[in-house]
Unconditional design. Structure first.
Length: 38
């Protein structure tokens, strides 16, 4: 059972880090809209 809990925690933390980095990237892109690439 510990393996399931460990995998669950790892997946949750990975998802949290991924969404956080994605959110930061979106905010940065919105911050400077005068960029050639969208």
């Amino acid at each position: 059972m510990s393996y399931v809990v460990a995998g669950y925690i790892i997946t949750l933390s990975t998802l949290a880090i991924y969404s956080a980095s994605l959110f930061v990237r979106l905010r940065r892109a919105k911050g400077r809209q005068s960029g050639p690439q969208s």
